[in-house]
Design a protein around this ligand. Sequence first.
Ligand SMILES: [Zn+2]
Length: 77
Amino acid sequence: MNITRYVWCFSHGALHTFREGDTPWCTATWIAFTATTKAEALAAKHAAYGDAQFLHDLPADKQIEVIEIAEARTGQL
Ligand SMILES: [Zn+2]
């Protein structure tokens, strides 16, 4: 199975793709989306976080939310 996971990385300000099952090569602050295409992932990111590219583009409460999601994931590894 070659499932691609799409995530938005607020540290690099870019969409990353990881292969399911692989250890993500980026360990920075990223949020995964349930999407099967890049366009879908970008649409989901836009719906949730608007045009924000980097962490500092987000309002303070969203920054905290994103950091908490990323930290929760790191803690699970
Ligand atoms: Zn990254």
